[in-house]
Design a binder for this molecule. Structure first.
Ligand SMILES: NC(=O)c1ccc[n+]([C@@H]2O[C@H](COP(=O)([O-])OP(=O)(O)OC[C@H]3O[C@@H](n4cnc5c(N)ncnc54)[C@H](OP(=O)(O)O)[C@@H]3O)[C@@H](O)[C@H]2O)c1
Length: 314
């Protein structure tokens, strides 16, 4: 099969690999599309270096094919699998979706939402799942601030918070304002002109790396700060120190401050399927790249040219 093959950090080429064989609890997928997000770049580059230490491979990547977000058709069933049958259309995450075939654990797959394309389905799992898990506590009428509202996680964050009937303020740069408005944000702030003001019940922080004290001042006394991530924290830890400070402070304040560690799980993807089929969430796919151009797709996301989600189609 054709696959993007990555033997060391920082580079990958289109090559040929054997079709993988599904093990217990896994299915073989004919991959139709693979989503791209900042995490795809992190694992390709091996940066911040923290990703090498936490299990993705110290000297080189453990998994030789990039890509985790996936949509496709089940073409083989591993031992013990009863959840899916050959021919089922699914989406979720796996290890190595930039390939014609990939194996995926059924614990990370759900049925593909009806009424959307494979490309749209592949744009959902990690970004949509992260936003969903970050917004668990949101209730109708609450004020939610989404920082990085025009990015992968933020674009789902705006839509999911609106689906929960919150009042949503999205913060983004000038060229993403129309996108964020179209996602349903009640207010849109262009951070290149002036930063946000006001107080919020929940802040979903997906970009900008603002200081903890700045964010806490914008929270209500019992508000929640969900640190998702940022790209300005340096190549060693990627800004993880801010999350450590939040964890250290959390027991001593009425506010709730935490780093989100999102889970890639079938039940999360099923919840997203329901939201999509109800018309409450729409995958904001900006651009599709064919498999041979997968590295261009990653660069498009990394260089912040994307307006919404980017997908590799196979
Ligand atoms: N904790 C977890 O489990 C988890 C899961 C998924 C992702 N992440 C991490 O979370 C971060 C966001 O992921 P993503 O996929 O959404 O990345 P993304 O698509 O690159 O989105 C980040 C957004 O932040 C915006 N931004 C940059 N500076 C900003 C500022 N000062 N104020 C407001 N927005 C600003 C960028 O917009 P402009 O380009 O317009 O500036 C961009 O749209 C990444 O660091 C990613 O690695 C963490």
């Amino acid at each position: 099969m054709k696959a993007v093959v990555q033997r060391r950090y920082g580079t990958a080429v289109l090559g040929e690999l054997d079709v993988p064989v599904p093990g217990p609890g896994q299915v073989l997928l004919e991959v139709r599309a693979a989503g791209v997000d900042m995490g795809t770049w992190h694992l390709l580059a091996g940066k911040p270096y923290l990703v090498r230490v936490i299990g993705f491979g110290f000297r080189g990547p453990k998994v030789p094919v990039p890509g985790r977000d996936v949509s496709g058709v089940v073409t083989g069933i591993g031992p013990g699998v009863t959840e899916f049958a050959v021919g089922d259309e699914v989406f979720g995450t796996c290890e190595g979706s930039f390939a014609e075939y990939s194996v995926a654990p059924v614990s990370q797959l759900a049925r593909k939402p009806a009424g959307i394309s494979f490309a749209e389905a592949a744009a959902v799992p990690i970004s949509g799942g992260t936003a969903l898990q970050g917004l668990r506590e949101v209730r109708a009428g609450q004020r939610v601030l989404v920082l990085g509202a025009g990015g992968g996680v933020g674009s789902y964050g705006v839509q999911i918070a609106k689906a929960r009937q919150a009042h949503v303020t999205g913060v983004c740069s000038t060229r993403k304002m129309d996108l964020v408005r179209s996602l349903g944000a009640d207010e849109v702030v262009d951070y290149t002109v002036a930063d946000f003001t006001g107080t919020y019940d929940l802040i979903l922080d997906c970009g900008g790396n603002r200081s903890l004290s700045r964010l806490r001042k914008a929270l209500t006394p019992r508000g929640t700060l969900v640190l998702v991530g940022a790209e300005t924290g340096g190549s060693l830890t990627g800004g993880f120190e801010r999350a450590l400070r939040a964890a250290a402070l959390n027991p001593f304040t009425s506010q709730k401050l935490f780093l989100l560690m999102s889970k890639e799980r079938a039940d999360v993807f099923d919840e997203l399927r329901v939201l999509i089929e109800a018309g409450e969430v729409k995958p904001p796919v900006e651009r599709e790249f064919p498999l041979p151009e997968a590295l261009n797709a990653i660069d498009h996301v990394y260089s912040r040219r994307s307006l919404g989600k980017v997908v590799v189609t196979i």
